[in-house]
Design a protein around this ligand. Structure first.
Ligand SMILES: *[C@@H]1O[C@H](CO)[C@@H](O)[C@H](O)[C@H]1NC(C)=O
Ligand SMILES: *[C@@H]1O[C@H](CO)[C@@H](O)[C@H](O)[C@H]1NC(C)=O
Ligand SMILES: *[C@@H]1O[C@H](CO)[C@@H](O)[C@H](O)[C@H]1NC(C)=O
Ligand SMILES: *[C@@H]1O[C@H](CO)[C@@H](O)[C@H](O)[C@H]1NC(C)=O
Length: 589
């Protein structure tokens, strides 16, 4: 809707183009194609079912590299480091767009390349800030030529879920330094591989469990995390967002029933729904994940206003002969694309989804992570579940056909610009075995956690060396209870476990801290991690026992200080209140 036409940008680009480059016309060799990304084998359980029907078209998204490579990173660290004079001076949507804008030369070059392949400029639009281009309606045969690709239909074994992807793609050598990634290409992602982080007990098992005295409810969480007495005071300004994928919808009646039973002072809980890309939102078809997420953010943060993002991308059921390319099968990208356009975004967002990092082409994971960074620079605290597979599920073989075993980190939890939440159980708390944690194979270790991770390595010694990447981002950052959660689904009690439980709890508490800051006319917490690993680290209950088994190992152990099972520990709301940043007021514009 707020598309800026490429032609407009190019007119601008010509004016801004440095004189020397205008004076030396240069036509790259568009046929000098170099691989951008290629898998050794068809990833995972996908199988080729051949060419798409004649006339099939595809919408390509092209992520361009920003003109100033480090500008956004510098900016987010300034505004989220409590010791920096610019702390809390979050950027507007427009300021972020300026920082990530590509160089005019980049746009010129990409336009020339598309022109060379006969793509009319009217088929090309740009996302806010010009950082992503979308080329619509391209015939697949043309896309094959443009990208040195071989698009085919792939079906997920045992299902009818069909996607249009290529095992590899290339770009002209001249474009490699200008283009971050092209999608959809080699991300064999689909709603099926975007897992919910959740396991549940139904029927008799649930009944038996809910009779026990160790089940978890909002009252218990508010008590052990010390938030019972806090009265939200900035509900006019504050908001918390819950992301919902995979056709997960929130049941209104279930929420009402849950609040009546477990938060009886809060029986008017309500929320706003924002539908992104035809999610088919239907409150009469509630899902366990969406209900859990909403019931627990409400249970903790009520009466803070809530928004539920209902994001399209329900598993497709396409018999091959009637395939219509669902351009809506990259749910994160769709959601983030929409978030980049919204003027107002909630100060806190909880997201209980993720998948093995290794299924994401590294350039694609980095491009998504950059979009989370953009939200962080705007002052949004983004929380992601760390995953429910300990250090990894199954045999943990790499998906490159090499047979090498390695621990399997979870993305987007490994993105350094989100806060990832692991799990605990019991009281006093110990790590819950399912809590995913470890080290990325894509993202380098961010400075904010350097000391914390080194402290862990000193305790680990050389155990597991070779199974994890010792130079990279460690996760999770923090944790909370993740076992025995009571929810209401279709009027029945169910008991849930997983980091899907812990994430909305931490998000609810962060939202209350934001409420406090707003009520004192202070900036919200924004991108949390520099604060978390700094003064806030003493506001967490350090978890020092339990472990996260997986990949036929005992997994990592929870130890004093940060560890890749429970992060810094579980939140103590009162202690965190005492450690909130009090910035020197700076003029904003
Ligand atoms: C441009 O868009 C039109 C209309 O959607 C489509 O028919 C055509 O194939 C597109 N051309 C290219 C090269 O993408
Ligand atoms: C796949 O589609 C066919 C035809 O529509 C249907 O009969 C079959 O049950 C579907 N299979 C699955 C696993 O959904
Ligand atoms: C999602 O919806 C937006 C706004 O309606 C639209 O511009 C965009 O093309 C859609 N994206 C996909 C992948 O369907
Ligand atoms: C280890 O992580 C770094 C990022 O910090 C990455 O560049 C490197 O490729 C990873 N190594 C392996 C073996 O995956």
């Amino acid at each position: 809707m707020h598309y800026l036409r490429l032609s407009v940008l190019c007119a601008l680009a010509v004016i801004m183009r440095p004189l020397d480059s205008a004076a030396t016309p240069f036509t790259p060799n568009w046929n000098d194609m170099h691989t951008k990304h290629r898998w050794n084998t068809i990833p995972g359980k996908w199988e080729s079912i051949g060419q798409p029907p004649d006339g099939t078209t595809i919408d390509l998204r092209i992520a361009l590299k920003p003109h100033r490579e480090h500008a956004l990173t510098d900016a987010i660290y300034e505004v989220s480091n409590p010791k920096h004079p610019k702390y809390g001076a979050y950027l507007s949507k427009e300021q972020v767009a300026k920082l990530v804008a590509p160089h005019p030369y980049t746009l010129n070059l990409v336009e020339a390349w598309l022109g060379h392949h006969g793509v009319p400029t009217s088929n090309v639009s740009t996302s806010h800030g010009g950082n992503w281009l979308t080329v619509t309606g391209m015939p697949v045969s043309k896309a094959n030529g443009l990208l040195g690709a071989s698009y085919q239909l792939y079906r997920y074994a045992g299902t009818n879920e069909t996607i249009l992807r290529t095992v590899g793609y290339a770009l002209p050598a001249a474009l490699h330094v200008h283009v971050q990634t092209v999608a959809p290409t080699t991300y064999f992602g689909s709603p099926l591989t975007l897992r919910k982080r959740l396991r549940g007990h139904r029927g008799r098992a649930a009944a038996a469990l809910s009779a026990r005295d160790d089940i978890v409810t909002p009252a218990i969480l508010r008590s052990i995390y010390n938030s019972v007495t806090y009265q939200p005071a900035a509900t006019e300004q504050n908001m918390i967002g819950v992301a919902g994928f995979l056709g997960e919808y929130v049941g209104d009646d279930d929420l009402e029933g849950f609040m009546r039973l477990y938060r009886s002072d809060a029986n008017d809980a309500t929320f706003l729904v924002i539908d992104i890309n035809d999610s088919g939102y239907d409150p009469n078809k509630p899902g366990d994940e969406a209900n859990l997420n909403m019931q627990y953010t409400q249970g903790i943060a009520w009466p803070t206003p809530h928004v539920f993002y209902s994001i399209g991308g329900v598993p497709g059921n396409f018999p091959p002969d009637s395939f219509t390319p669902a351009s809506n099968d990259e749910p994160y990208l769709q959601w983030l694309d929409a978030m980049m356009r919204f003027e107002d975004v909630p100060q806190t967002i909880t997201t209980s989804y993720g998948g093995e990092e290794q299924i994401f082409p590294p350039d694609y994971a980095k491009s998504l992570c950059e979009l989370f960074k953009q939200l962080g620079a705007r002052g949004v605290s983004i929380l992601f579940a760390s995953g429910d597979e300990g250090v990894g599920d199954g045999d943990c073989k790499k998906n490159d056909g090499s047979g090498v075993v390695q621990f399997q980190p979870v993305f987007p939890a490994t993105c350094p610009w989100v806060t990832s939440v692991g799990g605990t159980m019991e009281y006093p708390e110990v790590a819950v075995p399912l809590s995913s944690g470890g080290f990325s194979n894509v993202f380098a270790r961010p400075v904010y956690q350097a000391d914390a991770v080194l402290g862990f390595f000193q305790q680990l010694g050389n155990q597991y060396s070779g199974l994890y990447n010792a130079s990279s981002r460690g996760f999770p950052d923090v944790s909370a209870q993740a076992f025995g959660f009571v929810i209401i689904l279709n009027d029945d009690v169910e008991i849930m476990e997983g980091t899907s439980c812990s994430t909305p709890v931490v998000a609810g508490l962060i939202s209350l801290l934001n409420d406090y800051q707003l009520s004192k006319n202070r900036p919200v917490l924004g991108f949390l991690n520099p604060w978390l690993y700094g003064i806030a680290s003493q506001g967490f209950n350090d978890i020092t026992s339990g472990s996260n088994p997986g990949c036929n190992t005992d997994g990592f152990s929870a130890v004093p200080g940060w560890d890749p099972v429970t992060g810094l520990g579980t939140p103590d709301f009162q202690r965190l209140l005492d450690r909130l940043p009090i910035p020197i007021p700076v003029p904003t514009n």
